[in-house]
Design a binder for this molecule. Structure first.
Ligand code: KG4
Ligand code: ZN
Length: 335
């Protein structure tokens, strides 16, 4: 079964064609980093306009690269949320239009669930359920008990900033361009964990995350206690590297501790990872030191992409059947 998937939840426009939930025939991603980095973060209105400009060419390219004809495509999957409302609407309207015009089933897919599916899609060894899913992205930080594909229990979420968002904000404080994750990772390699920083703990919620205090810790260390975003840096270049290293260490120490605790609590050995922060090599190496069996997607499937949407769409169609054309965008959704 061939599924055409569309992704437009934030600032990447993607289209991909995937066979039987696994085999990626094409995976086109038009990133808006060039545009959004001018503003130091995602400007929703600009993201929407760029989606409108590039979505149809991206879809055309995905079909051409997959070397399939429209008749070969069995269904259209689209990320229905969570994400930016305007951005979601563009992908969803396009998907509805294609499904209607080509008379194909429409499948709405949860973007966070798809991030986790990216790891399953490319896993080279069979995955034993239940396992723990860790979504570490620009918009989400969640720990999920995965009982099987389509059967989940969310056990931890962030109560404030997502981990990728904290990386982006910490980078901005240090004067680094958007997206901040790769910049912090690179800077941290030249520094040492000399600043005393910690991620937040949430009372009676051992698997919940809180990264906003950690970001404020970076602000005060970099610009002085009580400083604002606009205040000048009061640290030298080496201290900046050390601060990047300390921030990253604190964030990952917290993720590793909570993921390990969740695995123990639910009797799981395997962790499926997803989301842009999972591109971070230091994080991957740190997890190697644990006893956990970690399954990481390749980096091109960690960041937002449509292959994970098309791949999961295959399973969603089998589990729930097609969606109605009344399918709506959802800025927030759990699963
Ligand atoms: O999954 P994604 O494309 O977007 C959401 O669905 O939100 O992830 C983007 C996020 C950004 O916050 C970016 O800074 C972060 O992933 N990121 C990284 C790295 N590469 C990307 N964070 C830490 N280290 C990296 N190497
Ligand atoms: Zn994402």
């Amino acid at each position: 079964m061939l599924i055409l998937g569309i992704e437009s939840t934030c600032d990447e426009t993607g289209c991909s064609i995937v066979r039987d939930g696994k085999e990626i025939l094409s995976n086109i991603v038009a990133s808006q980093t060039d545009l959004q980095s001018l503003y130091g973060g995602v400007v929703p209105e600009l993201a929407c306009r760029r989606h409108i400009d590039v979505l149809i060419p991206v879809i055309d390219q995905a079909i051409q690269e997959a070397k399939v004809s429209l008749d070969d495509i069995d269904a259209i999957a689209v990320a229905k949320g969570p994400g930016l409302i305007g951005a979601l609407l563009i992908g969803i309207q396009a998907a509805k239009g294609l499904a209607w015009a080509w008379n194909k089933p429409l499948i709405g897919v949860n973007h966070i669930e798809a991030h986790l599916y990216a790891a399953l899609m490319t896993a080279t060894t069979p995955v034993t359920f239940p396992c723990i899913g860790a979504v570490l992205s620009g918009g989400h930080s969640s720990l999920v008990l995965i009982k099987n594909i389509g059967h989940y229990e969310t056990i931890g979420v962030t109560v404030d900033d997502a981990i990728g968002e904290a990386f982006d904000k910490a980078a901005k404080i240090l004067g680094l361009p958007y997206p901040g994750g790769p910049q912090i990772e690179a800077l941290a390699k030249e520094g040492k964990d000399t600043f005393s920083l910690r991620a937040g703990q949430v009372k009676e919620k051992p698997f919940h995350f809180s990264f906003s205090g950690l970001k404020t810790g970076v602000l005060y260390a970099a610009k002085g206690k009580g400083a604002s975003q606009e205040s000048p840096l009061i640290i030298n270049e080496q201290e900046k590297k050390n601060l990047a290293a300390s921030f990253q260490h604190a964030a990952f120490e917290d993720v590793i501790a909570k993921t390990t605790k969740a695995a123990q609590h639910y009797g799981c050995e395997t962790i499926l990872f997803g989301g842009g922060v999972c591109c971070n090599e230091t994080l991957r190496k740190a997890f190697q030191e644990t006893d956990l069996h970690c399954i990481w997607p390749p980096k091109y499937l960690c960041l937002d992409n449509a292959a994970m949407i098309a791949g999961l769409g295959y399973h969603r169609l089998a589990l729930d059947g097609k969606d109605s054309f009344l399918l709506e965008a959802m800025t927030r959704m759990s699963f």
